[in-house]
Every structure is written in C-alpha cells, then in structure tokens.
Design a protein around this ligand. Structure first.
Ligand code: DGT
Ligand code: CA
Ligand code: CA
Ligand code: ZN
Length: 574
C-alpha cells in the first residue's frame, strides 16, 4: 500500500468522523493532519515500517501511536477494522454525498436529514424540481449540481487530447503570475501517456503562498479540494483534478523530475543512486548530509552520470541503463514527418475532397499525402469497388496537376476478412501506390486464429501497412487477442509496416508493443486516419506514442523522402 493510498483512507476517516457529528474535533484534525503528512512524506510508510515497525512510524512528526498502529494494520492486511466500524452507523447515502466535489460532511448531513435525499440521483431530482429551494441558496444548489456532473466525469481516466489543452492553458496563466519564474505540466501528461489520471503542474517561485492565492481564483476552477502553503488541488470544469506544487527555483529541476514520474522510473533511479551512495528525493540529491540541488533536470541526470532522459521514456523500460551507457535513442519528432499515409476522402466516409486534402497537406508542409479510402467489402461507409477506384484515380490525376508541390499517392484501407484474405482483387491492389490493410470485423477470434489472419495479410505482397494493428478503442473495445511475437517476426520478414494511429481513442499500436516490434526489426508509419480536416492535426499524438516506444526517425517510413518511400514500397513487393 502506497503513501497515497494510506492518506486517502486517513482522509476518509476524518470525513466519516465529521459525518458522525463527532464532537471530538481534536481527533478529526489529527487524522486530517496525519493524512496530509503521509501523502507528502518522502519515504514510503512501507519502507519505514520494515525498519523498526510501529516505532519508526511514530517517529514521523504528526503521527501518534494510535494512527501508527492503523497504518501498520493497513500495511499488513490492506484493510482497517476501525474504518469498517465507524462506517457502520453512517448512512450509505451520506458516504456517497461527500464523494461529490463541493459537498462536505456538514452539507451531506443536511442533504440526508433535511432534504431527505436518498442518493445522488434523488438529490439531483430534488434540486432540479425546486424541492431544495428552501434549504439551500441558489448558489449552493448550482454548486451541488455542478459537483454531481463532475463526479460523473471524474470516474475514468481522460484521453490525453482532453487533458493537454487544460494543462497548457493553466501553465500559461501560472507563468503570467508575478513572481513565477517557471512552470510546467508534469506527471503522465508530460510523459505523453495515452490516458491521464489527473493533471500535475509544478512552478518555481519564492512566494508560493501568493501564487496559490492568485491561482485558486483562476476561471475554470469549480472546486478547491485543498489549499496549502505551496500546494493546491482543484477540480477543473472539464471534469479533471489538477495538482499544483510550488518550490524555489533552486529545487525546481528536482521537483520537475520527481513529479514527472513515472513512479516506476523514480524508484529505479533512486535504487541506482543508492548503489552509488546517493539519495535522490524531490529536493535534490543527498551525499552524506550534503544536499545538492538542481535548477534543471539535465543537471540532475548528469550529476547521476546519465544523459538527459526524455520524459516519454521514463517508464522503467531500460532507459536508465541506456542513459548511463549514452545509448538513448534520438526520438522521432513531429517535424520529421513528411506525409500522412492514411487519409479518407469523400470518395468513402471522409468529408474532404481530394483537392481539399491536397491543400491541407501543403499547409502542413508535407512532401506527400496518401488518399486511403475504405473498400466496398466492409459494407459500410460508401466503400470503393474496382470501378469507383478507377474513377477516383482520374480525379487524383486532375488534382495533382494543380498541386505540383505535393505528391498525391493513391491507396486504400482494404479490409482483412476473417480468414485473412482481402476484400478487393489483387490486380486492383497492384495499381495502387501503397496499400493499408486493417481488421474491421470479426474481432473475437481465438489468439492463434487472429494471429494467422494477420500474418496472411502481412505476407500478401500488395499489403504495405497494417492499419491500427491491435484494434483497441480506448474506453470502448479491448485489443483483440494476438500473438505479437509471431506478428512482429512476420512483419520483419515481409517488410510489412505497422501503423501507429494518431487517432485519440486508438493510439494503436501501443507504445510498449512498438518497442518490442522495433527490437524485432519492424518499421512503422505514423498516420492520422483523418476523416476531416481537423484530424490531420492529430499527428503529434501518434508521434508521442512512437517516442514512448523508443522509435527514431529511421524507424518511421513517413519520415522518408518521397523517392525513398516509394523505393521502400517497391522493394518490399519483390
Ligand atoms: P496519472 O495521474 O495516474 O495519469 O499518473 P501520474 O504518473 O501523473 O501519477 P500521479 O499524478 O499519481 O503522480 C505524479 C508523479 O508524482 C508520478 O508520476 C511520480 C510522482 N509520484 C507520485 N507518487 C509517488 C510515489 O509514491 N513514489 C515516488 N517515487 N514518486 C511518486
Ligand atoms: Ca497525474
Ligand atoms: Ca497527481
Ligand atoms: Zn482508416
């Protein structure tokens, strides 16, 4: 059990005691304080406990004997009898009400006893129908309704595309506050993970309290969870939690590094440092009693004898050894991408005409763009048959004349049928510049059947790229079952490329699989699968997946110059 999890339970106890209208203010405050201390303590309680048991826990300022024993029980059993006990005579409804942002214990009691709401749905109905008008002021009623809305959204993780704009806006405004020297979003967002639990921001300033005061008045904040001297947690209107922490400029590099995570990376980093007699924390690096502080992360990593590790690699997947040996990859960047190999036009289910696509691609300074429509076998989406494919080809040739700066390539996203065959004739595929094949149907096959199916497509000499290879749709569909090692080996053998789809709810092939595939010699294409103009802008998210998968420019075929790309496609067909 982590400090964070323990703190959560201690906070919960304080809330329940308050719900029980406990007159023992002292006890409530003791739990709140202990929770805060545990939450921010630099050493895991777990680690302290193995030293000298409860005795080591009591040595933490703010933790007394009784709370130390509860932490012991949590560490040993993962449960706490005391919690079950005090929960028993608190109505379940009140427990639910305090989980809504903006509802504290006092209000929860009022909601249960005066308004007589049974659950959150009932509470919402009662407010909307006017039943609560006499009990709560209009402002309070609106806050409750908003809190309910937020708590519904807060249940899951957010897509990175939803979190990034909120974080960028907040960082920009924090930087504008007088006295702020620097600010950055950190955590999973800085590592560009596909989904984000909460947004973390750090800032450098010598007047943290003043900064916090201005910060909590920002528009967009609908609930302040905690407001400390140098830390604050708020809920944003978009339905996400945001943690801010402020330190001095001198410690900023260390805090940035700590808070960027991942936790697994930090643990590995600290463990390595310990073997060299150094102790790393968010404050700096201690050698003996001397604390070394760092303004930048680079100084910190260099101090530990490592190259700077890009945030996307900080997942404890070998980056520390690589940084020590100066063997980190030079990661691919958005500016390396010379074209998008997967764009749907209005010939199938896209809404851009071919000339609109060409224009948009020119604006992105691409060298080439690939029109890749669905084929007819899919039975949806106005798919192309052989005849319409020839008509589309004529249009491409006409549009090409008006756009000499960009090469428009002709492609389809052909459907891989359940048996691995394709839904369009080979002689037609032969006429195309490039071919992507994807699974769009029969997702629930057995692992080896699905694997054979993919390999049959991979070994087809006309298929250059496998589209969104795992088929997962974040929050909607699990990846299908695949023996990836066999698939990667086949891709390597037949020089068939795997797509990294930049589409926010796909981000497929997943980062860790990219890394495995690369190690088996597979190449990739980072595409947007755009169906409208705005989608063409999503390339940066696919690039992030590639970076998290350790991929370099040379691993990605759409960083190749046009002639090299065409040569690649041609060579692999022989
Ligand atoms: P998320 O929010 O679930 O998407 O993931 P993160 O990575 O943003 O995690 P979060 O918000 O819980 O914490 C932010 C960073 O703070 C995390 O990446 C590393 C650091 N951190 C948090 N808890 C611990 C911990 O218990 N030990 C260590 N060493 N670092 C931690
Ligand atoms: Ca986070
Ligand atoms: Ca956090
Ligand atoms: Zn597509």
């Amino acid at each position: 059990m982590t400090n964070k999890e323990i703190a959560k339970i201690l906070f919960q106890i304080a809330e329940i005691l308050e719900l029980k209208n406990s007159s023992d203010r002292f006890r409530i405050v003791a739990y709140e304080k202990a929770a805060q201390i545990v939450e921010n303590y630099p050493i895991e309680m777990k680690e302290l406990y193995v030293r000298e048991g409860v005795k080591s826990l009591v040595e933490v300022p703010g933790i007394g004997q009784s709370i130390a024993e509860k932490i012991e029980e949590l560490l040993k059993t993962g449960k706490l009898k005391y919690l079950t006990e005090i929960e028993k005579d608190v109505p379940a409804s009140q427990m639910k009400f305090i989980k809504v942002p903006g509802i504290g214990p006092k209000m929860a009691i009022k909601i249960a006893t005066e308004l007589k709401a049974k659950d959150i749905e009932d509470l919402e109905v009662k407010i909307k129908s006017g039943e609560a008008d006499e009990i709560f002021k209009e402002k309070t009623r609106n806050n409750i309704l908003r809190g309910i809305e937020i708590s519904r959204k807060l249940t899951g993780r957010m897509l990175i595309t939803d979190a990034l704009p909120v974080a960028e806006d907040f960082v920009k405004r924090i930087k504008e506050i007088d006295g702020v020297k620097d600010a950055n979003f950190v955590g999973s967002l800085r590592r560009m993970k596909e989904t984000i639990g909460d947004i973390d921001i750090v800032a450098a300033s010598s007047e943290p309290k003043k900064i916090i005061n201005e910060y909590i008045a920002f528009p967009g904040i609908i609930h302040i969870v905690t407001q400390g001297e140098a830390k604050s947690t708020i809920i944003h209107r978009q339905g996400c939690q945001l943690d801010l922490e402020i330190v001095s400029e001198a410690e900023y590099g260390s805090l940035l590094q700590h808070f960027t995570g991942s936790k697994e990376h930090n643990v590995a980093l600290r463990t390595y440092a310990q073997t060299k007699g150094m102790s790393v924390s968010e404050h700096g690096v201690k050698i003996g009693e001397k604390l070394h502080t760092f303004k930048t992360e680079k100084e910190l990593y260099n101090f530990l004898g490592m190259d700077f590790i890009p945030p996307e690699l900080r997942e404890n997947r070998g980056e520390i050894a690589a940084a020590l040996n100066h063997r980190l990859p030079v990661l691919v960047e958005v500016s390396d991408i010379l074209g998008d190999l997967h764009v749907h036009s209005d010939w199938s289910d896209g809404n851009m005409s071919i000339s609109e696509i060409a224009l948009a691609a020119e604006k992105l300074n691409y060298e080439y763009i690939v029109i890749s429509d669905h084929t007819v076998g899919l039975g949806i989406a106005n798919g192309l048959d052989e005849k319409r494919l020839e008509e589309r080809q004529k249009e491409i040739e006409i549009v090409q004349k008006d756009h000499p700066r960009i090469k428009i390539l002709s492609s389809v996203e052909v459907n891989i049928k359940a048996d691995g065959s394709l839904d369009i004739q080979d002689w037609m595929l032969e006429k195309l510049d490039i071919v992507t094949a994807s699974v769009h149907t029969s997702f629930f096959q057995e692992k080896e059947v699905m694997t054979d199916r993919l390999i049959k497509a991979i070994s087809n000499s006309h298929v250059d790229i496998i589209g969104h290879p795992s088929g997962r749709v974040i929050g909607q569909r699990e990846p299908y079952l695949v023996n990836w090692e066999r698939v990667f080996k086949a891709c390597s053998e037949y020089k068939t490329v795997l797509e990294i789809s930049s589409f926010p709810n796909r981000l497929d092939l997943q980062d860790y699989l990219c890394q495995q595939a690369k190690n088996l010699g597979v190449k990739f294409a980072i595409n947007t699968d755009a169906h409208q103009a705005a989608h063409l802008q999503l390339m940066r998210y696919g690039v992030s997946v590639a970076r998290r998968g350790w991929l370099e420019k040379k691993d990605i075929i759409n960083t190749f110059k046009l002639e090299d790309l065409l040569r690649w496609v041609e060579l692999r067909e022989n």
